[in-house]
Design a protein around this ligand. Structure first.
Ligand code: FES
Length: 104
């Protein structure tokens, strides 16, 4: 059964920004692109760098700060080596001024 968790306020993730949140002990990176929020696992599947310290690129892609691996924000798919294993994605729901995610 899925669990809904309030991460924080929408204001904590400005347009074009990335912020790390704790989801029950699991770090996730939440970003906002053109008003849409995306949540993915914060830990890069290549060598465990924090993706929230990376940067957002065009086409809703995030680049890892350590070796430049890239992931789709929407699907979690690794789109550039050396990363090849996808990261998990989480649906983000905006409820008023709160960011809510559903855990698997
Ligand atoms: S740790 Fe992310 S690409 Fe290597």
């Amino acid at each position: 059964m899925k669990t809904r968790v309030i991460l924080g306020s929408v204001d904590e993730v400005p347009e074009g920004g990335i912020k790390r949140f704790d989801l029950g002990g699991r770090p996730i990176a939440v970003s906002r692109v053109e008003g849409v929020f995306y949540a993915i696992d914060d830990t890069c599947t290549h060598a465990q760098a924090s993706l929230s310290e990376g940067k957002l690129l065009p086409d809703r892609v995030i680049q890892c700060p350590r070796h430049g691996g890239r992931f789709s924000l929407a699907t979690g798919k690794a789109v550039r080596l050396p990363a090849f294993t996808p990261v998990h994605t989480y649906p983000v729901i905006v409820e008023g001024d709160k960011l809510v995610v559903e855990t698997p």
